[in-house]
Every structure is written in C-alpha cells, then in structure tokens.
Design a protein around this ligand. Structure first.
Ligand code: DSN
Length: 419
C-alpha cells in the first residue's frame, strides 16, 4: 500500500487486535478468505436492483455472486429446497433471503418500512433490559417513525416473562413483535413468541444477530419454524464481514399500499431494501458473506459454536464463584451480563461496588476489552451503568478453551477487585 499513513494505522490496529483479550460479545475475527473477498475489485461495481433485474450493465458475474450468497444463506439454516445432510427439512423451500442490507440496523429498518405503516407499533425489548436501539428505541429512527411498545425481563428471574408479554401484546396489538436481543444471555422460547404474535395479530420478527452462529452450529434453538421474518448481522457469532441478512417466510402476506392489496412480505422487504433504503449493494461485502456462510456450514464451525458456549458457561461460573453477580444466574449462549456495581456494596468475597465504566476502563488498561452495559432495572445512567457485557465468540476463534477462560475469569476478578 502506498498510503503510508493508513498502512501504519491498519498495522497498528492489527497488532492491537493480536495483543488484547477481546470479550466484546458482538465482535469476532474473520478468516483470511473473508478478508481476501473484501479487498477485491467487486467494490468497483454498481449493481442496483436484484439478480437479472439490474439498473446497470455488466452484472452477469455479480448476479452469480449474489445468488450464491442467497443459496448459501438458505442452506446454512436448512431452508433451501435441496439442502443436503439436514435432519430437519421442515422449513426447506419455505423462505426467501435478501443479502443486500448493509448492516443490522438498516436491515431492521427495512423490515419495518416494508411491513409497518408510519406510526405502527413495534413491540421490542427495551434497551436497558437487553434489546437493541432498532427495536423501537426513541433515539433511533425506529422509535421516531414507529412507536415502541417496550417489554422487559422479570425482576426476580431476569428472564422474559411470557405471560406478561402475552397480556401486553393483546392489549397493545403491535404490528410487529421483535424477539432477539443484544444483551440477553438466555435462550428464547420462539414457540411462545409465535403464540403471542398469533394471539395479538402481529408479525413475528426474530433478530438473531447475536446468536446466528450458534443457530448455524445447532447450539441455540432455530427461530425459523416460528418466525415470519428473521434478520441477522453476519459479523458476530456467525464470523463473517459486517453485513446483514433478511429472511422472509414465503406465503406470508399483508395488506399494503393505498388499495390495501395483499402482498408477499418477501417482495415488500426487497423493495424496502432497494430502492426504499439503499442504492447499490456492496458486492465485495456480499462475496465476503458468501465465504463466511460456507465456512459456517463446516464441521469445524459446529465444533467452534459448541466451544463458544462451553467457554461462556465456564466464564460465568468462574466469575460467580468469585462473588460477581451474573444477570439471570448464567448463560445459554456466548454472552454474559455481569452486575459489577451490585448496588454499590462489596460482598464477603470482595466483589461489587465497581460501576460499569470503571470496570470496562480498568479491564482495558490490563488488555481485556469489554463493553459497559446497563443491567435490567438499572438505577445508574447509560453512560456509566451497573454492569459489563462479555462474550466468548472472538477469543474462541483464537482457539481458547475452558482452561483459558478459567484464567481469564481469574484475571477479570483480580483487576476488578484492584488486586
Ligand atoms: N452493537 C451491537 C452490539 O454490540 O450488540 C448491536 O448493534
């Protein structure tokens, strides 16, 4: 690279990534093949439209890449007509996928744009209970154009209370119910969410951004039997480049437009992505996603997903042993939420009284990268909340196993206790 300034910065970031222990739950390390696909001539091409329906010439190869990415996305989650080696074929051929959304937030906005009139209600988990900004939070466009009906976790169990959710959904009648979170460590009962959506007349959208890699590795329940729409980023547990996928169930229709004509949600979503939200897709990105999806179908990836979960369990248990309060008492995924503040008091093991920002800063100084995070019913402000969020996806890619996470827990404990 001739640009020495940028070259140096890239090298510096590469070294930083090598040196630290990365416990950011939403990050991961892509393969060399994914990186190679990203840095190619595909970035030169404009491809507005969809395969065989483009607004620019010269797209015959681009079409093949986009179709391959779609096919691999459907195959990975056992949704393709001809998917091989799958035990459960019940959803085969019933889904479409859009691979053009630039990332998770635009993907979610595109879904609402497709299926919800302005002012319509999105029932999503509130941010401080583990939801995402794009699940209708007021500072996001999703809370400005549409209206959030928030739900949270139960105060005692810190898990979703499905009975409360049902009652609220029936009372509020949202257009879309969103299941899927950025800081909820447990499994989600998608069947219950389906019952709630049916009882309230809502579409069920699952945002599986955090746990998509675990679904692919068969380590987390698949939402496809129950959802109408599934969105996901591709760069968290799925270990691809930064991008997103939107899956829509075929045959699901809604009344749309001034005449209220029934239309398939898959075609409404395609129109919402382009031309509704975006111009040309980032084809180098789509090629990188295709590479990652193929990798995620391998036996090695299944082992990886299993290890991610084992590592998270060990990390949570080891921290709990040392006195730290794990939200909801544990984890069923790659993600752990820790109450480091513990109402400002230290317990008999010396854990507690470290606010989220200070915890994250102290750990970063020692080379452990995490993010500060609100905990359910947090009494502290979002800029300095009561907890931190940890995830094991990135360090498991760097082949860390249970014994390594015991050591990581020991270090975290010592750093937070100031030892
Ligand atoms: N920023 C992502 C996360 O950290 O979970 C979600 O957008």
């Amino acid at each position: 690279m001739k640009d020495i300034q940028i070259k140096k910065l890239i090298e510096a970031e590469k070294n930083r990534q090598k040196k630290v222990i990365n416990l950011i739950a939403s990050e991961n390390y892509v393969s060399k093949d994914v990186l190679e696909a990203l840095g190619t001539e595909l970035t030169n091409k404009y491809a507005e439209g969809y395969p065989a329906k483009r607004y620019y010439g010269g797209n015959e190869i681009i079409d093949e890449i986009e179709i391959l990415c779609q096919t691999r996305a459907l195959e990975l989650f056992d949704l393709a007509e001809k998917s091989k080696g799958s035990q459960d074929r019940s959803q085969a051929g019933k889904w479409s996928v859009n691979v053009q959304a630039l990332s998770g937030s635009p993907a979610n906005v595109a879904v609402y744009l497709a299926v919800l009139p302005q002012g319509g209600k999105i029932m999503g988990m509130s941010l401080d209970h583990g939801g995402h900004l794009t699940h209708g939070h007021k500072v996001s466009i999703t809370g400005k154009v549409w209206k959030q009906v928030p739900y949270g976790v139960d105060k005692n169990t810190e898990m979703i209370n499905y009975e409360e959710l049902m009652a609220k959904a029936i009372a509020e009648k949202p257009g879309v119910i969103v299941a899927g979170f950025t800081a909820y460590p447990r499994v989600v009962d998608f069947k219950k969410f389906r019952e709630i959506a049916d009882a309230s007349g809502a579409l069920l959208m699952v945002d599986m951004s955090h746990f998509a890699g675990l679904v692919a590795g068969k380590e987390y329940p698949s939402p496809f039997e129950y959802a109408d729409i599934v969105t996901t980023t591709t760069h968290k547990t799925l270990r691809g480049p930064r991008s997103a996928l939107i899956f829509t169930k075929k045959g699901v229709t809604i009344a749309s437009g001034e005449k209220g004509e029934k239309k398939e949600i898959s075609s409404l979503v395609d129109k919402a992505v382009f031309p509704g939200m975006q111009g040309g897709p980032h084809m180098n990105q789509i090629a990188g996603v295709a590479v990652a999806l193929k990798e995620a179908k391998s036996a090695d990836f299944k082992k990886y997903a299993k290890q991610v979960k084992k590592n998270a369990k060990v990390l949570a248990e080891e921290l709990a042993k040392r006195g730290w309060r794990i939200i909801s008492g544990g984890t069923d995924s790659h993600l752990i939420l820790i109450d480091t503040w513990m109402e400002g008091k230290k317990n008999e093991k010396g854990a507690g009284a470290v606010a989220g920002k200070s915890a994250s800063d102290k750990l970063e100084k020692a080379g452990i990268i995490v993010n500060k995070n609100a905990i359910p019913f947090d009494t502290r402000p979002p800029v300095d909340p009561s907890g931190i969020r940890l995830g094991t996806a990135a360090e498991t890619t760097h082949v860390k196993k249970e014994k390594d996470f015991v050591k990581i827990a020991e270090r975290i404990d010592k750093i937070l206790k100031g030892e």
